[in-house]
Design a protein around this ligand. Structure first.
Ligand SMILES: [Fe+2]
Length: 473
């Protein structure tokens, strides 16, 4: 059985291909169409996935009729339908079950609680499951309008950012704000798990105060604080209901790396797969149909540029320019560049941040993330766990030595890497460490603000021509 998993008609369409538990392909539509968060899969991604095998079954990540009824009931478009055209048997799985499967079946756990928090699926917005062996059982569900994700998105929109897309910018703004200023006011919108009745789908329509530039940062800080408080409440409930000590966390909310760090204080072990949002659900749906753990090795599952990891070229570029861009091998499945479509830079230079921000045309307050050799991580960052997919913000212990990867609040969103996970990137870091005494590099995505990560050869040529900068490959 070769299963084609599909996620589309929501933000960030994707496709996965799974044969007998082996993940042959997993990629994002946006990387092929060049449309950020593309809602639909396209001819190019279908053509690419077929290079890896001919599917015999299709697994779809939602129940389209149920979602359609919900969209219809709230007055949205009623002519919406899934865009599946292949003449193969199709099996539909619920939105939250696909999230749960993407998480649990890529984890190493045989016994865990699975928590899914997002904006909305068909009707479910929050769910708790138990994973035991190959079985996933539903324990608890909450429906729209209760929603962690819609709460966060509505406030993202209130400060003038794009909901369902720019929550990560809003999250970064929190470090620049005073959370106490608007805490009580924001808390009224989400006072506890029982009393949240506000319909965030309509936005924060009753905000009755003018919002200055600084207020935007203060609101972001208050929203992050309220979100973290409610998250701890929800995770405590999940623990009480199941008694489990291993956590699988999924849904778009699992991209909140500042809040994710708190989970390590509540559970013995935590797994967040590198693509916990809806784009990960094409793999989740395929895993649901397979019905058991997948052979999860790495997130490098998308378009293949081929080539050997250009270690020498990267080091040469770093010494010469303090910056090195790299595009090689298979593209990352998930929103973060983890070394195959990355820009690296010297984290010791405080001015390098502005240089990279100008290249990427990003807001100057946006933080950059470090990649660190795993065995050195706890000497540079306050962490007792590894973070191979850049999912946790932790306190930097030596901020004076690597100022360009430390956020305003003293934290860094760390990626740890060991030789097994990525031999080429590990070698780059080892060489850099031998030369500088610092086992850390700045790592950011190889893209331009608002555009998807670079994917193929044509993207590389276009980028090089635009910036007059050679990409290592
Ligand atoms: Fe979702």
């Amino acid at each position: 059985m070769i299963i084609l998993g599909i996620n589309e008609t929501s933000h960030d369409a994707s496709i996965s291909l799974v044969e007998d538990g082996e993940i042959l392909f997993a990629g994002h539509s946006e990387r092929y169409s060049k449309i950020k968060n593309d809602w639909y899969n396209n001819k190019e991604i279908y053509e690419d996935v077929l290079n890896y095998g001919k599917p015999t079954h299709i697994a779809y990540y939602e129940h389209p009729q149920l979602k359609r009824s919900r969209i219809f009931l709230r007055g949205g478009a009623s002519d919406w339908k899934p865009n599946i055209s292949m003449n193969l048997p199709v099996k539909y799985f619920s939105h939250h079950y696909s999230h749960a499967c993407a998480g649990y079946y890529t984890s190493k756990f045989n016994d865990a609680v699975i928590v899914v928090l997002d904006a909305i699926g068909e009707y479910n917005t929050s769910s708790i499951w138990i994973g035991e062996g190959s079985k996933i059982t539903s324990v608890h569900k909450k429906n729209y309008p209760f929603s962690f994700g819609l709460f966060y998105s509505a406030f993202t929109q209130l400060v003038g950012l794009k909901p369902n897309e720019e929550e990560y910018i809003f999250m970064g703004m929190a470090a620049y704000g005073d959370w106490a200023k608007y805490f009580l006011k924001v808390n009224e919108y989400f006072p506890d798990l029982k009393k949240q009745k506000y319909n965030f789908h309509k936005g924060i329509f009753d905000w009755d105060m003018p919002i200055s530039e600084q207020d935007k940062f203060d609101i972001a800080a208050a929203v992050q604080k309220v979100y973290e408080n409610r998250l701890v409440n929800f995770m405590s409930m999940a623990q009480k209901l199941t008694g489990k000590r291993n956590l699988v966390f999924m849904g778009g909310c699992a991209l909140n790396c500042a809040a994710n760090t708190m989970l390590w204080r509540m559970f013995d072990d935590v797994w967040i797969m590198p693509n916990p949002g809806d784009a990960g659900s094409s793999l989740g749906a395929a895993a649901a149909l397979y019905g058991s753990h997948l052979n999860w090795q790495s997130p490098y599952l998308g378009y293949d540029l081929g080539g050997k990891y250009p270690v020498t070229e990267i080091i040469t570029s770093l010494i010469r320019d303090k910056v090195a861009a790299v595009a090689t091998g298979r593209a990352e499945y998930g929103p973060r560049a983890l070394g195959n479509r990355s820009i690296f830079a010297d984290p010791r230079d405080p001015l390098i941040k502005d240089k990279v921000n100008l290249i990427k045309k990003r807001e100057l307050f946006r933080p950059f993330a470090p990649v660190v050799m795993e065995e050195h991580a706890d000497k540079w960052f306050d962490m007792k766990f590894s973070s191979p997919y850049m999912q946790y913000a932790v306190k930097c212990l030596q901020p004076d030595k690597i100022p360009s990867v430390v956020h305003k609040d003293g934290t860094s969103r760390v990626q740890t890497v060991n030789r097994e996970q990525h031999p080429g990137l590990y070698e780059v870091l080892s060489n850099w460490y031998a030369m500088t005494g610092v086992p850390v590099l700045l790592n950011t995505s190889l893209n331009i603000k608002g555009q998807p990560l670079l994917n193929d050869e044509a993207d590389i040529t276009a980028w090089e021509n635009t910036y007059n900068f050679t990409i290592c490959r």
